[in-house]
Design a protein around this ligand. Structure first.
Ligand code: FE2
Length: 361
């Protein structure tokens, strides 16, 4: 495998949203993020307002357009609220941009300086699936609250134990999964980590195929889904119709104590997918001994899966906007580096019930 450059981390995920001030409140009160920085009219930014939300090492930027001509306005018209940018921190944005473009990435933003009184960063961007981009950010001498142009605007959230972003899943059109898997291999030097096909994950309706692409350190993992042919509309097709094209389907947030984290999130009023109680009756036999009391997992609706390396605990929110598009996963890993294949059937049956309620099955 050829390694053109190293991605240090996911610097942040930027969401374009209809009302960033209210979204900031939702991520603070719902998910326990703390607001750390802001840019908008008060910082001289007249076209957009952005709120930076952090918990553990996970950073979200919530951006709303303030003029009808801003690019974010068109993005929201087309997609509703959604992920615009999965931004990477890199050693040298110019070098990574040049090499990525040489390897076939479509340029989005040419490398340029961004400066304020706290210092300077270098920033560029390349396109990925749909209207989504990857910004490439390298630090020169910047020492401010987030990035140049942002002012410190702290409002503490009630931390829910979220540590970092675990993975971000992209939904692409039928027949395009391999194309985008190749893109991450060719452009970023990722390797194919796991493949799921329709034998693993088809229910009567909701068939999908997935390839997980990962960097060497597994610090950046991007599963790519495409719909598989099934009797009726796949959840991936429902997403692509509602989103108006390919895009980020879910952001998985890793935590260290899933019972604590999910307990808090449910107290906060977040809505999660549920599986039938029969799932828990079958669980001891399926996964063997685990440390968490099954009764507590059942009460919270947390799912468990096991592989050769260990096990994982996970749960999925319902979509967090009115269009059935972006949702979140909460995941705790106890040795397993998988994605919960053993839960797909129970989970997809639950998703199909929701699709049916929406008239989309
Ligand atoms: Fe996931």
């Amino acid at each position: 495998m050829d390694h053109p450059f190293k991605l240090k981390r996911v610097h942040h995920v930027e969401f374009f949203v209809g009302n960033a001030r209210q979204s900031a409140f939702y991520y603070r009160k719902g998910f326990g993020f703390s607001q750390v920085a802001y840019s908008g009219l008060e910082t001289g930014q007249r076209n957009r307002a952005s709120y930076v939300m952090s918990q553990g090492k996970a950073n979200f930027v919530l951006t709303t357009p303030m003029t009808k001509d801003d690019e974010a306005a068109e993005h929201i018209r087309k997609h509703g609220d959604g992920v615009k940018d999965i931004a990477f921190e890199v050693e040298d944005a110019d070098q990574v941009f040049a090499e990525a473009v040489r390897r076939g990435a479509k340029p989005a933003v040419e490398p340029h300086d961004v400066t304020d009184e706290h210092g300077t960063i270098r920033r560029a961007a390349v396109h990925t699936y749909g209207d989504t981009i990857h910004s490439l950010i390298s630090y020169k001498d910047y020492k401010g609250p987030f990035l140049p142009g942002f002012m410190s605007a702290p409002i503490a959230g009630d931390d829910c134990g979220i540590l970092r972003i675990d993975h971000i899943v992209g939904n692409v059109e039928l027949g395009k999964m391999q194309y985008w898997a190749d893109y991450y291999a060719n452009v970023f030097g990722f390797h194919r980590y796991i493949t799921f096909d329709d034998k693993d994950i088809s229910t009567e309706y909701s068939a999908l195929m997935s390839i997980v692409m990962s960097d060497d350190s597994h610090s950046v993992q991007f599963p790519i889904n495409e719909p598989a042919l099934a009797r009726n509309k796949s959840q991936i097709e429902e997403y692509i119709e509602a989103y108006g094209g390919p895009g980020a389907q879910h952001v998985a947030l890793r935590c260290k104590d899933v019972l604590f984290t999910v307990g808090k999130l449910q107290q906060n009023g977040l809505d999660f997918l549920r599986v039938p109680d029969t799932y828990y009756a079958a669980l001891p036999e399926r996964v063997g001994p685990i440390e968490e009391p099954i009764d507590e997992l059942r009460k919270l609706g947390i799912l468990v899966d096991k592989d050769e390396e260990g096990y994982l605990l996970q749960i999925f929110t319902k979509p967090v906007e009115d269009r059935p598009t972006v949702f979140f996963e909460i995941i705790q890993r106890k040795g397993s580096r998988g994605f919960g294949k053993g839960n797909f059937k129970a989970l997809f049956e639950s998703i199909e019930m929701e699709q049916a309620r929406r008239g989309n099955l």
